[in-house]
Write a protein that binds this ligand. Structure first.
Ligand code: ASP
Length: 327
């Protein structure tokens, strides 16, 4: 029987309601959650470890790097066939993408969590955990990069985002849809994700800010980040990749100072491109040296920039990393 290491790492899947404050807080140990995944012993040998009990908003890029190195220690073991990591769903896509970009192994790594806590009716933790373990033991899951499995749906970490604040089927890959499903305790795949980007790093640059553009915005937030030592910026631009003129002036100033600026769209779906030539349009920004971030949401582009800056300070190399993948 295959062996799966389950790394417990916080999130709602390990929470219950504290009756004094009527709100969910971390309270379940890995062992307690695992004991609810009844019958799993007929499918896999499970070895559990506790990494953290943090809620999503407490997770940092430094912790993601620590987690990535921790996961690698298990993947290096010959007796381990795959790894499952639990995570709060709010920043799950950021950590899953971090792991995807920094782990170079064919063995399955599957990230899961839950939308309902252990005190709620319909707690989805055990079902999601068992589906993630079943995904991790599947031969078909090998070589696919990091996967995200909740609600019996499998998405690629490179494509997935949290789409709804409360629904159980919150994880979606807006452009291309899910890669597979779990049915009758077995993973079934319907397509491949071609994003196999791997960035070999041993450090990261966390001083990277994310700014969302909106109508009439000026450059003060961009200026503030630059003045406060940002080493990289991600701009969630409008539509195809356009920003207001005053903001554009500040972005150009940031680039002149040697700060890489990655442009993505604030639209839920679609790539950015240099289609518009007016001031602040994509063409104007590309001419100024902005890096285009394809169809990623800002929070995932920021993770990629944090990792890319751990490898190189060269804007040209960072552009390669962002624009040479699926471009
Ligand atoms: N706020 C929670 C967290 O991300 C949500 C969840 O885990 O589903 O930690």
């Amino acid at each position: 029987m295959k062996k799966v290491v389950v790394i417990f790492n916080g999130g709602t899947i390990a929470m219950k309601v504290d009756e004094r404050i009527h709100a969910a807080v971390p309270s379940l140990s890995g062992e307690e959650v695992m004991s609810m995944v009844t019958g799993i012993e007929s499918h896999a040998v499970v070895e559990s470890h506790n990494f953290s009990s943090l809620p999503s908003p407490h997770v940092t890029p430094e912790l993601m790097l620590e987690l990535s190195n921790y996961v690698k220690t298990f993947l290096d073991r010959d007796d381990v066939d795959g790894v499952v990591v639990t995570h709060g769903t709010d920043t799950l896509e950021e950590t899953a993408y971090f792991l995807h970009l920094t782990i170079n192994s064919d063995k399955p790594v599957v990230v899961t969590g839950s939308m309902r806590n252990g005190s709620e009716l319909g707690y989805d933790g055990p079902a999601n955990l068992s589906a993630a373990i079943c995904t991790a033991i599947s031969d078909e899951s090998r070589g696919r990069g990091v996967l995200v499995c909740l609600n019996d749906e499998i998405n690629a970490a490179s494509e997935v985002t949290k789409s709804h604040s409360m629904k159980l089927n919150t994880f979606e890959s807006p452009e291309f849809g899910l890669v597979g499903i779990v049915d009758d305790n077995k993973a079934h795949f319907y397509r491949e994700s071609l994003d196999h980007d791997y960035i070999d790093i041993d450090k990261i640059e966390t001083n990277v800010d994310l700014i969302k553009a909106c109508a009439g915005m000026d450059g003060k937030l961009v200026d503030f980040c630059v003045e406060n030592g940002a080493k990289g910026l991600v701009i969630e631009a409008m539509g195809r990749g356009n920003i207001p003129p005053k903001m554009a002036a500040s972005v150009k100033n940031a680039i002149c100072k040697g700060i890489p600026v990655v442009l993505v769209s604030r639209c839920y779906r679609g790539r950015v491109l240099d289609s518009y030539g007016y001031e602040g349009g994509g063409k104007d920004l590309r001419t100024a040296g902005v890096i285009f971030g394809d169809d990623m949401p800002g929070q995932k582009a920021r993770i990629k920039l944090i990792i890319a800056l751990g490898k190189t300070n060269s804007i040209d190399e960072i552009r390669e990393i962002f624009e040479n993948g699926r471009y």
